[in-house]
Design a protein around this ligand. Structure first.
Ligand SMILES: *Cc1c(COP(=O)(O)O)cnc(C)c1O
Length: 361
């Protein structure tokens, strides 16, 4: 029996390099609160991604919550039912009502055609997700948001480094949020970021993430604690050094899956103006029965793909959604994310491919 193969393994950079950053933290005694490593990482990410303002935060969920406050969202937010639960749960946590616009069955992204019929006088924003790093139809969404005077926040948790028409995808919308959780393509153990082209929004975000404190003995309104610490920034600096290699390795793995399985299962249709970041290897089965056959066969071989995203978020009990997103429900029943990480060897990957093929004969 082979070792356990999970859907992903966190990338661990060179230990000595990480230790040298830890030594710096011990020397400075500066553990958190806008420290030197955090500032260095913000600068480097700003350049690497090609964005105007980036504020690092404690995780991707807080990035979303701070974004809602920074844009003063109220009432209803039109969003996608096909995402990680945090896209919707953060709205509910902040007393905002998620209104689900169904997805495109090929791109897995929110279909812009479904937005306008859901707009009411209570709608304050649109919250799409670049699912598995696949850019949304940003121009169409921008047109709708202008026409109806709505804010746009992109949950870009999967889209690290993705370029659309040669520019960072994070240049679209009022705010883009990122997650740097250990399982994501680029990570800081736990972490996230808020990106915006608007300097006023950026200033507001910097207050919101630090209790609203604007100076010694000065509090400028409501805030929370969403700060990233120096140890997390140190991990980020090390992972960022290796990010091109990480993406190249993942590309190789992804392409082997595509070669071995395309036609047997279906792959996501990717935006033709963008380059992939290989953050996920999602495959679509003919039906849920086929998916379960493949999953059970893989599980018996100690291989553990994950059902991302399942269930469709319009089925959450605590939301009580008026919309039934039939396409999202159908996709979520048939989709499986296969193991994808840099250390996945060729032989193990052949095992994954062959077991899926065998399960479907
Ligand atoms: C991971 C993820 C989040 C949440 O990020 P955390 O850092 O885990 O809080 C939000 N949205 C999407 C789409 C995600 O994949």
């Amino acid at each position: 029996m082979n070792e356990i193969i999970p859907v992903t393994k966190s990338y661990l950079p060179d230990k000595e390099k990480f230790k040298s950053y830890i030594d710096k933290i011990y020397e400075s005694g500066w553990l958190t609160n806008n420290g030197p490593l955090l500032k260095e990482l913000e600068d480097r990410l700003k350049n690497y991604l090609g964005v105007r303002n980036i504020i690092l935060v404690a995780n991707g969920s807080l990035a979303l919550q701070v974004a809602y406050k920074a844009l003063n969202l109220k009432g209803e937010v039109i969003t996608t039912p096909f995402s990680f639960v945090a896209t919707t749960s953060t709205l509910a946590w902040d007393g905002l009502k998620p209104v689900f616009a169904d997805i495109d069955p090929d791109t897995f992204n929110l279909d812009p055609e479904n937005i306008e019929p859901l707009i009411t006088e209570k709608t304050s924003a649109i919250l799409p997700v670049h699912v598995f790093g696949n850019p949304c139809e940003v121009e169409k969404i921008e047109e709708i948001s202008r026409k109806h005077n709505l804010k746009v926040i992109y949950d870009g948790a999967h889209a690290f480094g993705v370029k659309y028409k040669d520019k960072s995808i994070f240049n679209y919308g009022d705010i883009s949020t990122l997650s740097f959780h250990a399982t994501k393509l680029f990570h800081t153990i736990e972490g996230g970021a808020i990106i915006t082209n608007d300097d006023d929004i950026a200033d507001k975000v910097r207050l919101l993430v630090n209790f609203g404190i604007s100076g010694p003995d000065k509090i400028d309104g409501l805030g929370t604690n969403a700060k990233m610490n120096e140890f997390e920034a140190a991990m980020g600096l090390c992972v960022l050094d290796d990010i091109e290699d990480i993406i190249n390795e993942r590309k190789k793995v992804f392409e082997r899956y595509f070669k071995g399985l395309n036609g047997i299962v279906k792959f996501q249709t990717f935006n033709s103006y963008a380059l992939k970041n290989y953050s996920y290897a999602a495959v679509l089965f003919k039906d849920e029965a086929d998916l379960l056959k493949a999953k059970n066969k893989l599980n018996k071989k100690n291989i553990f793909p994950r059902r991302y995203f399942y269930p469709s978020l319009d089925k959450l009990d605590y939301i009580d959604s008026e919309q039934k997103s039939l396409i999202s429900r159908n996709i979520s029943e048939r989709i499986l994310c296969l193991p994808l990480f840099t250390a996945l060897g060729n032989d193990l990957q052949e095992d994954v491919i062959n077991n899926i093929k065998d399960s479907l004969w």
